[in-house]
Ligand binder design. Structure first.
Ligand code: AMP
Length: 307
């Protein structure tokens, strides 16, 4: 595995390896990150993994200083996962003296994480654009766990016509359902046990919302018919009640939810009733640890035809 810490070393590695796939990370690597590397390797390109704890995406009262860093352990994970190149830029390489350019995405960046963490997506978009410029990957891989981040990156790539294909990988979970995350290690043992309620409550909510959906996606579009309007407002109310009940359940298990929302999976705008392409997003604090999760809410598969 090649290791590059400077732009010159990175350029030499790119020349040696040819076209690349990129997996951007902040290190503290776990099996979720490895699943991105595995998905990238399956496409046949050599895989570059960047490790950079990006100060620009942390707010002043966030955990930048205590974010876990263990380069030696991370390099061992990368070697075992078959990574071809580790890109480990210093902050002064990512933000050189006189650095004066930032990328501001609005649209899908405005709500949820964007509202809870002002400036977060400016930091993400800026560093991802820089990583793309530095490594010039053919493809880049992101986890669905950070669903809003993926939509922000896709929006930026589309708007700036960046020549990279964005691929996503499903969330890898612990056996009890908790989404793997570098921050899980900060949960005290009792919090760690309780953390499994987050995906459990989200899954129950998903089942409840799916039960409100017809099996036929063609019924999803709004209709002017008065009866349907009455149905819509009943759905709207049922959605609100289901979200509120899940919010209360989270609080009962000791979480402090920042948000729990049913959204359009691409625009991230809240929606009043579940439909094809809708998605649940949640961020909730357990003690000092902030946990994110997301699940799609889509039509259940059609029942098999009667014999
Ligand atoms: P991070 O190091 O937390 O910035 O994450 C780097 C990449 O790994 C992002 O694209 C994340 O969405 C992805 N990722 C983090 N946790 C998981 C997980 N449990 N399953 C799949 N992808 C993940």
């Amino acid at each position: 595995m090649l290791i590059a810490r400077t732009i010159e070393a990175l350029d030499a590695a790119r020349a040696a390896l040819g076209p690349l796939a990129l997996v951007p990370t902040m290190g503290a690597l776990h099996a979720g990150h490895v699943s991105l590397i595995t998905a990238a390797r399956a496409q046949g390109l050599p895989v570059a993994v960047s490790i950079f704890v990006n100060p620009l995406q942390f707010g002043p009262n966030e955990d930048f200083a205590r974010y876990p860093r263990d380069e030696e352990a991370d390099l061992a994970v990368l070697r075992a996962a078959g990574c071809a190149l580790a890109w480990l830029p210093e902050t002064s390489v990512m933000y050189p003296p006189g650095d004066a350019t930032m990328i501001e995405v609005v649209g899908p960046a405005l709500r949820w994480e964007g509202a809870a963490r002002p400036g977060h997506f400016r930091g993400v978009a800026t560093v991802v654009a820089k990583l793309f410029g530095q490594t010039r990957p053919e493809r880049a891989y992101f986890g669905e766990k950070d669903w809003q981040q993926v939509q922000v990156v896709r929006r930026m790539v589309h708007d700036l016509a960046l020549p990279v294909i964005i691929s996503t990988v499903p969330t890898l979970r612990e056996p009890d359902g908790l989404a793997m995350s570098s921050r899980n290690r900060y949960l005290a043992p009792e919090e760690r046990r309780r953390a499994a309620w987050l995906p459990a409550i989200l899954r129950d909510l998903r089942v409840e919302l799916q039960s409100m959906m017809g099996a036929d996606p063609s019924n999803d579009s709004a209709d002017d018919n008065a009866d349907n309007n009455a149905d819509d407002s009943a759905d709207n109310n049922a959605t609100k009640l289901a979200l509120a009940a899940a919010h209360t359940r989270l609080e009962a298990h000791g979480f402090k939810p920042d948000y729990l929302a049913l959204v359009d999976a691409v625009s991230l705008e809240p929606i009043a009733r579940p439909r094809a392409g809708s998605r649940l997003l949640v961020a909730a604090r357990l003690g000092t640890v902030r946990l994110l999760d997301t699940m799609s809410v889509d039509h259940p598969p059609a029942a098999p035809a009667a014999p």
